[in-house]
Design a protein around this ligand. Structure first.
Ligand code: AMP
Length: 616
């Protein structure tokens, strides 16, 4: 095994320019890591325990021992709520060595939109270096194997940072993506690799930032070989912004003058170097493209040399696939990595695979992993509407998982093909046997490292009376109902839900934003069909729901159709509350009254189930 891959000297990457041998180094690293996955895992755990054994948290369970066996026997498997008081104490100024030995650099803030709550967790300088370098090198090494000549052009990527916040004790707190984007490594790379000048990414006014990033991307369109953003919904949102602003962007290009409302000095400065002369020819060409009635294939037309679109489309982002495919005009959608505030955990080694085949290979040096086998009926994941066909389809998973129960966690080396697991991590940053909240299914192996498909997030649940419906139950209900309207040309662009417990009896509400296939027109809603959708959704909810519904202890399910832009308004709402744009995921269940008001403001029609579902 290579010398201590677990604690690889990531700084050595810092000296390399992106194309300077980094591809070969990256692949060598992937091969080393995956070949020695088990040894690296053991070494990592030993190092984490040796380093942190005297923290208040571990000492409580291990009494000064760093024995790996004892660790598994005594240290409980936890979720965020179990460790929240430690996080809060650190945020409020207690020494961080109650939880981790390495000096604290800052606190990481999760988006709070996937799991329903904002989490804070420690970040160290070493961990941040490791994540930043892995994030900026490994996916790049991988994609270069599948697409030639990428180093001869640039990426038109939309990146956003959040302002640094301060905890009551003065500690810096920010989302992990912001930390990576503000790293010196990224800063050094940016001008040679991306079209966006650094200042446009740092601009905290989202509209000015995205406007300037598009402007730079359009001005350098001939150099652009890839287009991307973090998650699919961010790119979808940006394209809608482009729809509103392309005329103005063209005017800026035509005249060589930047719009006056761009007041951010960094942006103005950066643009003065790129937008320095009138370019009517380019403006005419962009105008010709954007003024077409249909924006089908717009990305390919605006950036004709683009080879792929780099955005995460798995998990809750799968909902965005039809919309993005429409804009992409046949370009492959590449989901490069699987990452969370807790760590940069997996990369996709087959970036050009179809959405249904996207797998991430676990990086054994990023955390010590354990996997709790999940036995649960995932049939609903297979019963999906046409456009998502195959996204979650896996015969083995369907067959082996039929009864809900949790059993003993296994290590990376013991995971089984086709089995679903909840992932548990132990890290240098104070997370010990910590459940991230994601369910993954093992889909293969690269050397000795497991590859998995992202199945679902253990999110917020709807609840009325004793009934509980999680994201997966909801997904099943929505997808079943969609089977009725998809053949009629409807596309569900986004959805969320809410448990209305103020009504008597309480009821579940689904918010749907719909459009017609091939156009952005608001479809004409047929009340009868939408009511039938409500009924189908109820039919696919669990037994207890149907019993309570029959007894009138739960009221008829309601679908509230919302106008276009309502989910954008919801995103704006969360961003205004401090969620990172780059890490935003539509929450599938809404708990906050304020967020509910945003959704209700967009409602164009409400439809109720007209009959109680069958109980059998
Ligand atoms: P956050 O910590 O707020 O950035 O959210 C991290 C969560 O985003 C993960 O735990 C996953 O649920 C989700 N996520 C991250 N990467 C992916 C991916 N490639 N596919 C699906 N979901 C993802």
């Amino acid at each position: 095994m290579s010398n201590s891959l677990a604690s690889w000297n990531y700084k050595s990457f810092d000296l390399m320019a992106p194309n300077d041998g980094i591809i070969e180094t990256g692949w060598k690293m992937i091969e080393d890591l995956t070949t020695n996955a088990y040894q690296i895992q053991q070494q990592l755990l030993e190092e984490i325990l040796a380093q942190n054994v005297h923290t208040e948290y571990l000492d409580k369970f291990l009494n000064g021992s760093s024995d790996k066996k004892l660790f598994k026997e005594k240290v409980p498997i936890i979720n965020y709520e179990d460790i929240k008081t430690y996080m809060e104490k650190i945020a409020n100024g207690e020494p961080s060595d109650i939880l981790l030995a390495e000096p604290l650099l800052e606190l990481t803030l999760s988006s709070g939109t996937s799991g329903g709550k904002n989490k804070i967790m420690p970040m160290t300088a070493k961990e941040l270096d490791k994540r930043t370098i892995i994030r900026n090198t490994l996916p790049w090494s991988v994609i270069n194997k599948f697409a030639d000549g990428l180093e001869q052009g640039k990426g038109m990527y939309l990146f956003f940072v959040m302002p640094d916040m301060r905890t009551p004790s003065g500690l810096r707190a920010r989302p992990s993506l912001t930390s990576c984007l503000k790293s010196s490594y990224f800063q050094k790379q940016i001008s040679s690799v991306y079209t966006s000048p650094y200042a446009t990414i740092l601009c905290l006014d989202i509209n000015q930032s995205v406007y300037c990033q598009f402007l730079c991307g359009l001005l350098q369109r001939d150099e652009v070989l890839r287009v991307g953003a973090s998650f699919a919904n961010v790119l979808g949102r940006a394209i809608r912004f482009l729809k509103d602003y392309w005329r103005e962007l063209c005017t800026n290009i035509r005249t060589g003058q930047l719009s006056h409302w761009i007041t951010d000095p960094g942006c103005r400065n950066a643009l003065s170097l790129i937008l320095n002369k009138p370019n009517p020819q380019l403006a005419d060409s962009i105008e010709g493209t954007c003024s077409k009635k249909s924006w089908e294939g717009i990305i390919k037309e605006l950036w004709p040399r683009t080879k792929f679109v780099d955005v995460i489309i798995t998990g809750s982002m799968a909902q965005c696939i039809p919309t993005l495919e429409f804009y992409c005009g046949g370009l492959p959608l590449v989901s490069s990595y699987y990452a969370a505030s807790e760590g940069y955990l997996g990369i996709n080694l087959e970036p050009l695979s179809k959405p249904s085949n996207i797998s991430y290979t676990l990086l054994p040096n990023m955390a010590f992993y354990e996997f709790i086998p999940i036995k649960e009926n995932h049939q609903e994941l297979a019963d999906q509407p046409q456009h998502l066909e195959g996204v979650y389809d896996d015969q083995d998973c369907k067959e082996t998982l039929n009864k809900k129960e949790e059993i003993e966690p296994v290590e990376l080396v013991d995971v089984k093909l086709g089995q679903c697991y909840e992932i548990v991590v132990t890290t240098f940053t104070g997370l010990y046997r910590y459940k991230i909240g994601d369910i993954l299914m093992v889909s293969g192996f690269h050397n000795n490292a497991p590859q998995f498909r992202f199945m679902k997030r253990q999110g917020v649940r709807l609840s009325i009376d004793a009934e509980r419906t999680g994201e997966d139950g909801l997904w099943k209900a929505v997808t079943q109902a969609l089977l009725l309207i998809e053949p009629l040309g409807f596309i569900l662009t986004d959805y969320t839900s809410y448990a209305d417990t103020c009504s008597t009896p309480g009821l579940y509400v689904l918010f749907w934003e719909l459009k017609m296939k091939g156009s952005d027109d608001l479809p004409e809603i047929n009340p009868k069909i939408t009511e039938e959708c409500c009924y189908i959704a109820e039919e696919s909810l669990d037994y207890l729901y149907r019993v309570l519904r029959k007894d009138n202890r739960i009221g008829p399910l309601e679908i509230r159709v919302v106008k276009h832009g309502t989910f954008d308004a919801l995103m704006d709402f969360f961003i205004a509350k401090g969620t990172s744009v780059g890490q935003y995921k539509t929450p599938r269940c809404i708990k906050s009254e304020e967020a509910l008001k945003v959704m209700d403001a967009g409602v164009v029609g409400g439809y109720f189930s007209q009959k109680a579902p069958k109980q059998g």
